[in-house]
Design a protein around this ligand. Structure first.
Ligand SMILES: Cc1ncc(COP(=O)(O)O)c(C=O)c1O
Length: 373
């Protein structure tokens, strides 16, 4: 039986505080790029496309040039295996078209809520595959994953680099996950929204779509490309039936993408090296600031440095519940912090976002309050 969808806790929390709080300590995106700066990166072809843009409906699967630029991010993907959509829409469409009531899904946990909630609302049984904290590091137990697979398991959901912990597997660990999926013939939804935010090129994993035929991969411009306001993402797969089901479903969500966003997205992808380099620099600076801050307050917090991506999930080591701590910091320091309950997690953790330029200032506002306790 399908169930009504429940409120998206993290998004409701952001809706309350994102636009009326002085500092945000927990956003997952990178400092967004202003329109004029993005336009300055346009090549000649994109400049003409932008200047002469007609604001009509666009091609439902996405602008052919944009789809072809997206396909270049992968080794094995052709333009007609790419559908452009809003990232969150991609999760909805992929799950709605692949799953039916009674299916079993194994999904990484904690996670961006839609990665398990949509399956649950369809009437699937969802088994969390828990990211665990061991010896001060996040860790995924692959044997536990194997134990949770049943004959009804249709889909495995993964997300690397991981939101909210900053966990990222090694190539060998990731390969074991792929081997398991192959052995049990599972579809795998691989949320790769934070791909390209690895701290060294060696840590970047191949995209799942390049190694596994039943991969469904989500990518987008909201995190590593610092353009969440474009609302541009994509799904890719080699499975023709799966792809056609997405195209049919999309007529009931957005029909097609925003015309200006598609051209701006094309500009961004063609300038990707510059954009990603800029964002990684911001993240690196913020990692240094975070290490200093958490060292200064090491009796209050357990800092768990992320391995990749733009988020981390440290622990409040006080007796105080983390929700109360976040409430106090909002009131006293004007700093919004997301507690772990927004991920249905209960370990007194909170999310830290490392992509914004005023991160050190936000820590400064916390320091003023915490230093005077
Ligand atoms: C893991 C993950 N997947 C998907 C999304 C959705 O991206 P968007 O908000 O751009 O639709 C997010 C956003 O935070 C995310 O963290």
């Amino acid at each position: 039986m399908s169930d009504p969808i429940t409120p998206f806790k993290l998004e409701r929390y952001f809706a309350m505080y994102e636009f009326n709080t002085r500092y945000l300590l927990s956003p997952s995106d990178c400092e967004s790029i202003p329109l004029h700066a993005l336009l300055a990166m346009a090549d000649g072809e994109c400049q003409i496309l932008w200047d002469e843009l007609n604001l009509g409906y666009t091609e439902s699967q996405g602008h052919p040039l944009l789809r072809s630029e997206i396909a270049k991010l992968y080794q094995s993907v052709s333009t007609d295996e790419v559908i452009v959509l809003v990232p969150e829409e991609g999760i909805l469409i992929a799950f709605q078209t692949l799953l039916k009531p009674g299916d079993h899904v194994v999904a990484i946990f904690p996670a961006y809520q839609s990665l398990h909630e949509i399956a649950r609302s369809i009437g699937c049984r969802v088994t969390p595959w828990r990211v665990q904290l061991r010896d001060g590091r996040w860790f995924l137990d692959i044997e536990e994953l194997e134990k949770s697979i049943t004959p009804q398991t249709r889909l495995l959901v993964i997300n690397f680099p991981h939101n909210p912990t900053g966990f990222h597997p090694t190539l060998a660990e990731w390969q074991r996950v792929v081997d398991l999926a192959r052995a049990y013939n599972l579809y795998v939804f691989s949320d790769e929204m934070y791909r390209y935010l690895e701290y060294s090129e060696d840590a970047r994993l191949p995209s799942l779509v390049d190694v596994y035929p039943k991969a469904i991969v989500l990518g987008g411009l909201s995190k590593a490309f610092a353009l969440p306001g474009l609302r541009i993402g994509w799904l890719v797969t080699h499975d023709r039936q799966v792809y056609q089901d997405w195209a049919i479903y999309k007529d009931y969500t957005t029909i097609c993408n925003s015309a200006p966003s598609e051209i701006l997205g094309l500009i961004a992808l063609r300038a990707r090296e510059r954009i990603v380099k800029r964002n990684l620099q911001i993240v690196q600076n913020n990692l240094t600031a975070a290490a200093q801050f958490f060292d200064e307050f090491k009796t209050m917090f357990e800092w768990i440095p992320p391995v990749a991506g733009s988020v981390a999930f440290p622990r409040l080591a006080l007796e105080m519940p983390v929700e109360e701590f976040c409430r106090q910091m909002l009131e006293k320091a004007q700093v919004m912090i997301v507690p772990d309950s927004m991920f249905d997690y209960s370990g007194n953790h909170f999310r830290v976002g490392l992509g914004r330029k005023n991160f050190a200032e936000a820590l400064g506002a916390l320091t003023k309050v915490l230093g005077s306790r």
